[in-house]
Design a protein. Structure first.
Length: 753
């Protein structure tokens, strides 16, 4: 699902210093020196079981027909994947969930004035793409969870349709109330665009892909090159995912066949207005028909037209109707039971459903995960057994809204809270640079892994390649850190893939991993995300599919085999200290900006700071930003830093002592370490968003996929809800104090009390 995973790999790793490593040079995090040697030998055997031709064959089979949620081939793919897991030696089952999945009944978009035009709303077959003609089995381009509607109104162009764009329109005196808006993709997750449009009174929303993003400005379009052609359409969900993920009709509980369901009218995550995606070929006549002011430079795309804002004289009609049916999601769950600590689960997941053929999204990640499972299964057949239980999950229904993973998590929530060690996610994979995001307690661990995987093109470790890119393309500070610091920092996770229910609803430490950045990929969520496209423009030899299997496979094995779970907390402490600084500076910046803007308004010169050639509406003065007491949050961060340092020292001392771990001690220590991420949650959740209970990471209310760190505090400040901001500072401080206490308990066990 998550396009940002593919387009920004080189920027996801930011160099930072974690801590002075006190381990032996050959020791892995969580392992003694002797067991590190054995673990590296196991990983060499894993590598020997990885064959890129396996991935090629699996992808060709899985992408041969459209396989969206509820499709016949989607079910066949689930059964095919289950049989593969069984052949690898895993105990395998398919779990079924009944979820709301509306599909298009009718779609119509026409320009009524000043000229006439009827949008085609189709994706034609492309010569050389052998599956692009399977139109009878494809879902027509649409946005799932848009409501039905038949609306006629003047058109307004709103750029990317995010809150800042409406502020720009407001300054120009343009109001979208009672209008239909057209927005280009990019700048935020697509579901934010109709959400914000509805909040401003728009009657409907049209989304289109501008070639400035992934079309002809990037290179040759498909089939000559890999980029988006003029008739390709990005499908996708527009559910209000920042409220919660999963089935709209079973909030908070698993969507089993007999689960109680709310009425459709009460489903809070459906849009409030109808929404439709179109190609840039269909968008061009609409934009050409617009009048009104010329759009500011930041609003302009790459189409051969002068971008105007409207409203009118373009008048359009949008009519949509859907089949509001339930579909069956098929989650494939494959398990290897742990020999020593069976109640500690290492979970690895990738989804198998797609909008159409889905070669890149998601099958590039799915086939790499299958390769890992095959290689690990071969280890078991050779006599090896994991210490902890390993669970491989191939999710269904990710594309509509993380349905398969969320419903599985909600169904098994109590057991997962007790047993889940960590969740390792991938989605799409491509050629290029390693991208990682996740819980900062796993930061040092994934750095260890990245150092031990060789980049198939450059012959250096994927860690070194990521660091080199940072040296070349980073900011001045990042370049300096790339030269001077030992480790790489992983990005915090927002949403957009199946880690969300694990991390942000249950508090399971999570990692999202994949490669990319050198592919030509303009086919996101189109009919042309095909096997033929993939082997020409994404990862022709599946060498980075092997690299992903090596990387995630090592993560699985090390988490399963470590003496003590490889959590490390000074990285978390450093990151959260940075987040505290950011929210404090956010309040200070907002205070300064408010004072400056209010002075401009009072002096009657507000418009002069913009474009004097246009007329601007001077806003009302804003309330001043009050003093916020961040001392509780700063003190809590200091407590975490102290506890993290003590844990690192205790772990080093225990390693030097050579004293072995007994099974009861490992069990207790494992449960305490598992509980550290849980300690970052609160049962009441975030303000207005009780499903999201993690207090450090959440998708932004107006960003969707994009993360907000310290979300309760940060979003209250951004929304100028000052009383709420003060309460959230106290709540997050209390959460961090609890986190420090949980680390201290683990430290006590390491020291033998």
């Amino acid at each position: 699902m998550r396009r940002s995973v593919r387009l920004g790999f080189a920027l996801l790793f930011v160099v930072r210093f974690v801590h002075a490593d006190t381990r032996e040079p050959s020791a892995l995090l969580g392992f003694s020196t002797d067991r590190s040697t054995a673990e590296r030998g196991l990983e060499q055997r894993l590598d020997g079981g990885l064959n890129p031709e396996d991935q090629r064959a699996w992808m060709k089979h899985l992408s041969a027909r459209p396989h969206h949620l509820g499709s016949p081939y989607g079910k066949q793919n689930a059964e095919y994947i289950a049989e593969l897991y069984r052949s690898f030696g895993f105990e395998t089952r398919i779990e079924e969930f009944r979820v709301l999945f509306p599909t298009p009944k009718s779609r119509k978009l026409e320009l009524l004035a000043p000229t006439r035009f009827v949008a085609s709303l189709t994706e034609p077959a492309i010569p050389g793409d052998t599956t692009s003609g399977q139109t009878a089995e494809m879902l027509a381009p649409y946005n799932v969870y848009s409501i039905d509607g038949d609306v006629t109104a003047e058109l307004v162009y709103v750029n990317r349709g995010i809150p800042a764009d409406y502020e720009e329109l407001k300054r120009r005196g343009i109001n979208v109330k009672g209008k239909i808006v057209i927005a280009r993709y990019g700048g935020s997750w697509r579901g934010i665009k109709p959400k914000v449009a509805a909040e401003h009174g728009a009657l409907a929303c049209i989304l289109y892909s501008d070639p400035a993003e992934d079309g002809y400005t990037q290179g040759d379009v498909y089939p000559k090159g890999g980029w988006r052609s003029d008739q390709a359409v990005q499908r996708g969900s527009v559910a209000d995912a920042p409220l919660r993920s999963g089935d709209p009709l079973t909030p908070g509980i698993g969507a089993t066949a007999d689960a109680p369901r709310i009425a459709l009218k009460d489903a809070a995550t459906l849009t409030k207005i109808p929404v439709l995606p179109i190609s840039y070929a269909d968008a061009l006549p609409l934009l050409r028909a617009l009048g009104g002011p010329v759009a500011p430079e930041s609003f302009r795309g790459a189409l051969p037209v002068t971008y105007h804002l409207g409203p009118g004289p373009a008048k359009v009609r949008l009519a949509l109707a859907f089949n509001w049916d339930l579909a069956t999601a098929y989650d494939v769950i494959a398990t290897l039971s742990g020999a020593e600590l069976p109640d500690q689960w290492v979970i690895r997941g990738n989804h198998h459903d797609a909008w159409v053929h889905g070669a890149t999204d998601p099958l590039s990640g799915q086939v790499a995960m299958l390769a890992e499972a095959k290689a690990i299964g071969a280890l078991v057949k050779g006599g090896w057994q994991p210490r902890r239980t390993i669970v491989y999950a191939s999710w269904d229904g990710e594309e509509p809204g993380l349905l398969g993973s969320t419903e599985w998590v909600e169904t098994h929530a109590d057991e997962l809270r007790a047993k889940a060690v960590a969740y390792i996610n991938s989605d799409s994979n491509a050629r290029g640079f390693l991208g990682l995001g996740g819980s900062h307690s796993l930061e040092a661990f994934v750095n260890d892994v990245a150092r031990d995987v060789v980049d198939p093109e450059k012959g250096v470790s994927v860690f070194e390649r990521a660091r080199s890119v940072q040296r070349l393309t980073g900011s001045p500070v990042e370049k300096r850190e790339a030269r001077e610091r030992a480790n790489l920092r992983i990005g915090a996770l927002g949403s957009g893939s199946d880690f969300t229910p694990f991390l942000q609803h249950l508090g399971v430490a999570s990692v999202d991993v994949g490669f990319g950045g050198e592919e030509e990929y303009g086919q996101y969520h189109t009919a042309y995300d095909s096997f033929d496209h993939f082997v020409r423009f994404v990862d022709p030899d599946f060498t980075y599919g092997v690299a992903l299997a090596q990387t995630a496979g090592r993560m699985v094995l090390r988490l399963a085999q470590a003496d003590i779970l490889p959590f490390e907390f000074t990285g978390f402490a450093d990151n959260v200290a940075g987040y505290e600084t950011q929210v404090r500076e956010l309040a200070d910046t907002l205070r300064t900006e408010t004072e400056q803007e209010n002075r401009l308004i009072a002096d009657g010169i507000y418009a002069q700071v913009f474009d004097p050639r246009q007329t601007y509406v001077s806003p009302k003065p804003k309330d001043p930003v009050p003093f916020l007491n961040f001392a509780p949050l700063q003190n809590a961060v200091a407590a975490v830093q102290k506890s993290a340092k003590s844990y690192t020292q205790a772990a080093a001392e225990r390693a030097r002592s050579g004293r072995p771990y007994e099974t009861p001690e490992l069990t207790e220590l494992g449960q305490l370490l598992i509980g550290t991420e849980r300690a970052l949650t609160r049962p009441e959740g975030l303000p207005g968003r009780p499903w999201y209970i993690h207090q450090i990471y959440a998708p932004g209310f107006y960003t969707g996929y994009g993360v907000k760190t310290l979300p309760g505090v940060r979003e209250a400040i951004e929304a100028r809800r000052w009383d709420e901001a003060a309460r959230e500072i106290e709540r997050v401080a209390e959460t961090l104090r609890g986190y420090a206490g949980q680390i201290d308990k683990a430290t006590a066990v390491l020291g033998g009390r």
